[in-house]
Design a protein around this ligand. Structure first.
Ligand SMILES: [Fe+2]
Length: 311
């Protein structure tokens, strides 16, 4: 009765309509900002990371550390003409780097393959290396993106894509795809391991890392930043991952609503540590373009200066 009386009052009805209208307008406005503004507000962050276990006072004065300037990109999700994304990649890769790392979800389907030639403007001194991610291997539909967020069994399609054309396109551009494999550069005292999606056994990881000489800096690329403790146990100095998109939608002073990784909320992006192993988790350059909205979580690439002292 009370409710009926409330709605019979024209002033109450007007106030209710105004409130509903304001909420709808705020929702639409937020969505438009998140998809048309923030999702295109690319940044190029820079940070320095010191790796290695030797204390400064144990070093000879002429013991120069190894310094590498690395551009870390992740989650490009290339699939359609998106000039803002390509422009960002073109500008970000114009500078001289020692290495460029791309940590998965490079393509969102075969339609992205033609854009492989537009990822890197200037080849880095020691090469570009990549691993693949779940969106390179799987084609996700609305069921996976919605119900699958709740029911894990429905999160991924059952059939994997043939990624051969994607790998060929990347290799043709000088981007070397590491699929549970490693590459050593003795002259640089550098060893790079690439973990393929969905992962690698502990024994295989230990074998790949163990192939490095004792004085080498060991860097590891992966898509999903999970089971990070084993990187430290294996002897990795620094790892690079993506996949989380930093949560894509973050609540100020609290963090991401969806983490998309088995990590504490404050570790879904940025530089984190497991013992002496540094792990850089990228927020990514993009997301699945069909749900590419971001709030308090702009897309980015990262210029990382790694400074390493061998034991
Ligand atoms: Fe992704």
């Amino acid at each position: 009765m009370k409710l009926q009386k409330f709605f019979q009052n024209p002033r109450n009805r007007k106030a209710l309509l105004a409130t509903a209208g304001s909420i709808a307008a705020a929702g639409i406005g937020t969505y438009l900002y998140a998809s048309l503004v923030e999702a295109r507000r690319y940044r190029l962050d820079s940070l320095r990371v010191d790796t290695g276990s030797v204390e400064n006072d144990e070093l000879d004065e002429d013991d120069e550390p190894l310094r590498l300037r690395i551009l870390h990109l992740s989650d490009l999700h290339l699939c359609e003409p998106e000039s803002h994304k390509i422009n960002f990649l073109r500008k970000a890769t114009e500078a001289p780097y020692d290495l460029i790392f791309i940590t998965g979800d490079i393509f969102e389907g075969y339609s992205g393959i033609p854009y492989a030639s537009q990822i890197i403007s200037r080849p880095p001194r020691l090469g570009a290396y990549a691993v693949l991610g779940n969106h390179d291997y799987f084609e996700y539909n609305m069921l996976h993106r919605t119900v699958g967020r709740v029911i894990r069994k429905l999160r991924s399609p059952s059939k994997m894509r043939d990624v051969t054309p994607m790998i060929e396109a990347l290799e043709a551009q000088g981007i070397h795809v590491l699929r549970n494999s490693s590459v050593s550069m003795p002259q640089e005292k550098l060893h790079i391991v690439g973990i393929d999606y969905p992962g690698i056994s502990d024994a295989e990881l230990n074998r790949l890392v163990g192939a490095a000489d004792k004085d080498h800096l060991i860097l590891t690329l992966m898509h999903v930043p999970d089971r990070l403790e084993r990187l430290q146990k294996a002897g990795v100095h620094m790892a690079f991952g993506g996949h989380t998109h930093g949560g894509q939608v973050r609540v100020p002073l609290w963090g991401p609503i969806i983490k998309n990784a088995d990590l504490p909320r404050h570790e879904v992006s940025g530089l984190i540590w497991r013992g002496g192993t540094a792990i850089h988790v990228s927020r990514g350059v993009s997301a699945d373009p069909r749900t590419n909205f971001r709030l308090f979580c702009p897309p980015h690439g990262s210029v990382i200066e790694v400074c390493h002292r061998s034991p």
